[in-house]
Design a protein around this ligand. Sequence first.
Ligand SMILES: Cc1cc2nc3c(=O)[nH]c(=O)nc-3n(C[C@H](O)[C@H](O)[C@H](O)COP(=O)(O)OP(=O)(O)OC[C@H]3O[C@@H](n4cnc5c(N)ncnc54)[C@H](O)[C@@H]3O)c2cc1C
Length: 427
Amino acid sequence: MPFSKDFRVAIIGGGMCGLACAVALSRAGIQVDIYESASKFGEVGAGVGLGPNALRALDALGLMEAIMTKADQSTPTLRSFRFLSELPGHETIYDYPASERDVGLGIHRAAFLDALVGLIDPQTTHFNARCTAITPPSVSGSSRSVISFSDGTTAEADVIIGADGIRSVVRDAVIEGSGLKRLAFTNTVAYRALLPNESVKLSGVKTDLSERPACFVGVNKHIITFPIRNGQTINVVVFCTDRSLPVGSVEVPRDKWVVPATEQEILDVYNDSGPDVKTLLSLIQKPSKWSIHCVSPPLETYTKGNVVLVGDAAHGMCPHLGAGVGQGFEDVLVICQLLSHPDTNLTNIQSVLQAYDAVRRPRANMILERSTWAGELYESLQEGDSSSVIEQLRTELVDLWDPVWHHDIQADIGIAVQQLKEEGAFK
Ligand SMILES: Cc1cc2nc3c(=O)[nH]c(=O)nc-3n(C[C@H](O)[C@H](O)[C@H](O)COP(=O)(O)OP(=O)(O)OC[C@H]3O[C@@H](n4cnc5c(N)ncnc54)[C@H](O)[C@@H]3O)c2cc1C
């Protein structure tokens, strides 16, 4: 079948965003190759929470049906988060109201990838392909950009989409050689676990965690739980933060971002917590500890020449709004709709990527900063807490997700197309 466009796209990175992008572009008839550094598509054994905006983007990309077949849940459910104190008594601080439209999904990451892998032509997938550099046509002398890989091989493409995650190498081609330095350790570590709901219930945890997401708010620490696999499994992420140091002042060596931790380490951090938290945490076995990093300061552009960033490569953020991959899916939707627009061709690619940047960057960077702030909020209880602190916290939590969940991404696509028309790039 002939391709619909006169340009060829390379996607660097086959994570959740890279795969979604590959499926959508190839369905639009665009020639696309995906280069993944690992030997197969794979994800950490953890769940991911997808909010209403993430589901709308996936729906517009035509991917929801495939994802729901792997979701272990027949329909998306309400995202009404409960905020409780992690301190004894587990006082309910705020019950986040969710309207009918506020449905989301908790899904195992591997299941998500599974749903998409079946939609990709294996001939377009290149494993063990670790990108090390991108050379633009002006330097390479070729009419296309040249992608170099760690094994010495190269490939060429007209458009390069960097979906290579928070430690993006492609970012370096966009941010004048300093993209890799745009990362800061947030002084927060996270321990992640998947617990069978049956064990949680049998252990005596009284708070029901199988129906809705919950956030146990604390003093420089908090815990997020959400049900996956139809409530049979509880995804637990346990956070704690050292707030005595400025963000970015500690550098964590690359090979130490995820390290094994002991069960006792978690219990020690939460030794003053209430009974439900202590019991829940006592169920965690062989935890791993993640150093939470974010892109900092936010990028001043997501594109340069014919290279463009999506997902964590563009705006790796703290996980505190559960919004990271949702922002990535919004990127993917906008870039795919613009690249497949009837007026897009090899001659106006750079204008199209600039239009993508103009609508996506302000929004995604805002959510990046809001995610950092949300983490501070969840950890803002104080020792010997007073009701005024809780009251203040309650006020701040109202409408917390409004800007994340209720944005009109289709309107953004309309604005980008209008901009391209006004510039004369589109008819
Ligand atoms: C503890 C924690 C909890 C989270 N919870 C949520 C949540 O509930 N909801 C939510 O929306 N987000 C959450 N996030 C954020 C979410 O995980 C990310 O936003 C999402 O995984 C980003 O997807 P991505 O495809 O951009 O990058 P990644 O998932 O990182 O994928 C990048 C891919 O690129 C490959 N790659 C890397 N470098 C190269 C290279 N040089 N060459 C070729 N391939 C390369 C990698 O192998 C990988 O397959 C959480 C993050 C953390 C740390």
